[in-house]
Design a protein around this ligand. Structure first.
Ligand SMILES: NC(=O)c1ccc[n+]([C@@H]2O[C@H](COP(=O)([O-])OP(=O)(O)OC[C@H]3O[C@@H](n4cnc5c(N)ncnc54)[C@H](OP(=O)(O)O)[C@@H]3O)[C@@H](O)[C@H]2O)c1
Length: 359
């Protein structure tokens, strides 16, 4: 029997990626939708359509809203009915997430794209193919908090592509430090960024992004300890900027390895990374966790963000670096709203079902 899924924040950018990934899914059924009181009480079709102009706000290029969602009512998130629901996907802004997620998690496994619980000791911060073994700490979370469900979180979308590549390098050579500069897509900021600010521009500051990238990367790359994650003491120096690109984060990384590696060895480490995870055959898993480009004009967000439905991390311009000890440098493109948020959350759920944590 399919697991009944609720999507909270279903009208937003990350929530719509969840819906697109759940469309005609073999294991999950879209059973309930929720958003703020602005949308509550309307059908989903009405909630995403401007009453006056008829303009539909659907943010997943190349797809239409799932038929299964259009007729469902949008509920008010705080009072959403949970009877029969087997998993909640929560994709709401931070303050709302802080209040809502424990209400759901007390009864139902809840997979969150939001920030408030990411760094709590008993909450896993998951990237498919990288650290899904961290989910083991939800047993401690349930015990401590007396919950039937649990909260499992996804990282800040800027951390996702970086952590995937660092994990591939750490497994082979050990990672000592990383210096990264990001050029982040507009949709990573949700629906509210003003066009006048971003067109023909680079915005040099994204509040709290650099700190999050640093601390989250250490937790993601850590190991399961005694009821918590023991962080990897990797030093990360980040400069985060917003670029006039709709979807997709581009990141220039220079990484100090513990053991020297040749370019060929780095390419091999990237291309072979995550084969075992992909071999499980989960519906939203990419065939390759990392796609390496030899063409020096790649990766580009416009050309590469949608590769494998936005679930692969595209890497190119791999070079050795002489400034950092055992240095290697490269550019990556990652889809912030797909692997970095909604579709990544569905892939986490697919793995949790496979591993016996759902249903
Ligand atoms: N966008 C990305 O690429 C991305 C990547 C990683 C993580 N995230 C995280 O995912 C979460 C959602 O981001 P987003 O980009 O999808 O934002 P968004 O496009 O602005 O959508 C926000 C969603 O939250 C709902 N919402 C807002 N206030 C609420 C409240 N008080 N109670 C219940 N629902 C409420 C909105 O409903 P209404 O339509 O009714 O207002 C909407 O469905 C954020 O925590 C963000 O940090 C986003």
């Amino acid at each position: 029997m399919k697991i009944q899924a609720a999507v909270v924040g279903a009208t937003g950018i990350a929530g719509q990626q969840v819906l697109a990934a759940l469309d005609k899914h073999p294991d999950f059924e879209i059973a309930a939708l929720a958003a703020s009181e602005r949308s509550a009480g309307k059908s989903y079709a009405a909630a995403i359509t401007d009453e006056q102009s008829g303009i539909r706000r659907w943010y997943v290029p190349g797809s239409e809203p799932p038929e299964a969602a259009l007729k469902l009512p949008v509920q008010e998130a705080k009072s959403m009915r949970l009877d029969g629901i087997g998993v909640v996907f929560a994709a709401v802004e931070s303050e709302a997430a802080r209040e809502l997620e424990p209400i759901y998690a007390a009864r139902v496994p809840t997979i969150s794209t939001a920030r408030p619980y990411r760094m709590e000791a008993d909450v896993p911060l998951l990237i498919p193919g990288v650290n899904l073994d961290h989910v083991a700490i939800v047993n401690e979370q349930r015990r401590r908090r007396g919950w039937k469900g649990f909260i499992a979180t996804l990282p800040n979308c800027t951390a996702t592509g970086l952590a995937i590549t660092l994990k591939a390098l750490d497994l082979r050579f050990g990672v000592d430090c990383a210096i990264v500069t990001t050029m982040q897509g507009i949709s990573g900021a949700g629906r509210d960024l003003a066009a006048l600010d971003i067109v023909e521009n680079i915005i040099p500051f994204i509040p709290r992004e650099e700190e999050r990238l640093t601390i989250e990367t250490r937790k993601i790359l850590g190991r399961v300890g005694d009821g918590q994650i023991d962080e990897l003491p990797v030093r990360v120096s980040a400069t985060c900027t917003r670029a006039g690109v709709l979807n997709g984060h581009t990141e220039a990384a220079t990484v100090g390895l513990k053991r020297a590696a040749s370019i060929e060895q780095v390419i091999e480490a990237f291309e072979s990374f995550g084969r075992e995870f992909s071999a499980i055959g989960l519906p939203n898993a990419p065939r390759r966790m990392i796609t390496v480009h030899r063409d020096p004009m790649r990766p580009q967000p416009r050309l590469d963000r949608d590769a494998e439905n936005g679930m692969t991390t595209s890497v190119g311009r791999i070079r050795l670096d002489e400034v950092v000890p055992n240095g290697v440098k490269y550019l990556l493109v990652t889809h912030n709203a797909a692997m970095g948020a909604g579709r990544g959350a569905v892939l986490v759920a697919e793995y949790l079902r496979h591993a016996g944590y759902l249903g």
